[in-house]
Design a protein around this ligand. Structure first.
Ligand code: SF4
Length: 151
């Protein structure tokens, strides 16, 4: 299971397949990581510095985080894609097709001037998360998205 959590500063990625529940994150930021709560991660409950430090101590790589750079990433279900927005301007997208076999991500792209900010990974995670929430199989013919799925 893949999940993306965001606050005003950071985007947090969680891959449950890698998590072996060592709970270092829980000890590092108990308000953020609470196994008794649903969802168990809430990145608006503690200071970004504390969350970042807790994530850096995750031994499995299940958790990772990056700065948001004031770029929003949202679903655009009508057009089968997630999009990245700099204000009103679309600066990146991750496109998928819905087939009988499930969802297939076939393209991920971010404007060259926005490279190196982790936006493409956020876009892909957003689509994976949405597919999983819809109980759809998710695959990728886009090589970048394939890499994120295999991480
Ligand atoms: S520290 Fe990492 S491996 Fe441990 S519970 Fe948290 S996410 Fe899972």
């Amino acid at each position: 299971m893949h999940r993306l959590y965001e606050n005003d500063d950071i985007a947090v990625f969680w891959n449950s397949d890698k998590c072996f529940h060592a709970k270092r994150c829980v000890h590092g930021s108990p308000k953020t990581f609470d196994p008794k709560r649903k969802p168990w991660i809430d990145v608006r409950r503690a200071e970004t510095k504390e969350i970042w430090q807790a994530i850096s101590e995750c031994p499995s790589g299940a958790l990772s985080c990056i700065y948001r750079h004031n770029i929003d990433v949202v679903m655009d279900d009508e057009n089968c894609r997630s999009i990245a927005l700099d204000g009103e301007k679309i600066i990146g997208e991750c496109d998928y097709q819905v087939t009988e076999q499930g969802w297939n991500i076939y393209h991920t792209g971010v404007g060259p001037e926005y490279g190196g900010k982790g936006i493409a990974r956020r876009l892909v995670y957003k689509v994976i998360e949405q597919a999983e929430r819809s109980c759809a199989e998710i695959g990728a013919s886009c090589s970048y998205a394939r890499k994120v799925l295999d991480e």
